[in-house]
Design a binder for this molecule. Structure first.
Ligand code: NAP
Length: 244
């Protein structure tokens, strides 16, 4: 599967940060990109304007990954407009950090709901479409926290580890139908998600000596969408400057 002019991608959480960089890079390769967001329409519109200024093609889709009906409607709208969906990047995410002993149930549930239920709500209708097409690429954005655990992030680490397990199982289920499912696991990437963290302390723990940029992650996602990655399935690729 070569990235081509006809291809269509859906990137969740593409209004900002890593998702925005992924959308920009995929659009730069000629793909039609749907940028999904939940609430920050101004940021999403700016991300789309930026793509269109560079002669890229795309559209905005507002939906909340925690809501099944909204995910179903989004996938249906894409199929109606484009006739197919070649690439899904499950990127939308949040964190709600607390030491576990102090963690209240809503912090646990919101993070699980966004990452794990969100994966279920959106990926299932997409897989049903990709099975009909007999091709597709699914890339799930996990985290170094899901691979190694992070103090203060028991909820987030559990959700991101769950994404890795789901990816490996799904890759085995549908790998024979021309569909690959892989994980990209970023370390610390300079986005809004790091707001409030001690970045100088974090930098000292990273062998590369710097925070990652959204483009560092987007480049690996683009590779997984390319023909060169056709035999890469069920894998976890870290983008973390050597952190773990
Ligand atoms: P970000 O800058 O905070 O952006 C988060 C994006 O997710 C926004 O577009 C937001 O939409 C969207 N979103 C949040 N909840 C949503 C929901 N319920 N439904 C639909 N969209 C929702 O985050 P980021 O740093 O780019 O993170 C992107 C992904 O990488 C996340 O899965 C995150 O866990 C993972 N990650 C990040 C880092 C890091 O260091 N930054 C490290 C490892 C993994 P609105 O703009 O509308 O709010």
């Amino acid at each position: 599967m070569n990235i081509s002019f006809q291809q269509t991608a859906l990137i969740t959480g593409a209004s900002r940060g890593i998702g925005r960089a992924i959308a920009r890079q995929l659009a730069g390769q000629g793909m039609f990109v749907y940028l999904s967001f939940r609430s920050n329409e101004a940021a999403a519109q700016k991300a789309l304007d930026d793509i269109q200024t560079r002669n890229g093609r795309g559209a905005l889709l507002r939906f909340d990954v925690t809501r099944q009906t909204e995910c179903d409607a989004a996938v249906a709208a894409i199929i109606e407009q484009r006739g197919r969906l070649d690439i899904l990047v499950n990127n939308a995410g949040i964190r709600d950090d607390h030491l576990f002993a102090m963690m209240k149930k809503p912090a646990w549930e919101t993070v699980m709901n966004t990452h794990l239920n969100g994966f279920y709500h959106l990926t299932r209708p997409v897989v049903r479409q990709m099975l009909k097409q007999r091709c597709g690429r699914i890339i799930n954005i996990s985290s170094a926290a899901g691979q190694a655990g992070n103090a203060g992030q028991v909820n987030y680490s559990a959700a991101k580890a769950g994404i890795i397990g789901a990816t490996k199982a799904l890759a085995k289920e549908i790998g024979s139908r021309g569909i690959t499912v892989n994980v990209v696991a970023p370390g610390f990437i300079e986005t809004d998600m790091l707001t409030g963290m001690d970045l100088e302390k974090i930098k000292k723990e990273i062998p590369a000596g710097r925070l990652g940029q959204p483009e560092d992650v987007a480049a690996v996602v683009c590779f997984l969408c390319s023909d060169n990655a056709a035999y890469v399935n069920g894998q976890v690729i870290g983008v973390n400057g050597g952190l773990i």
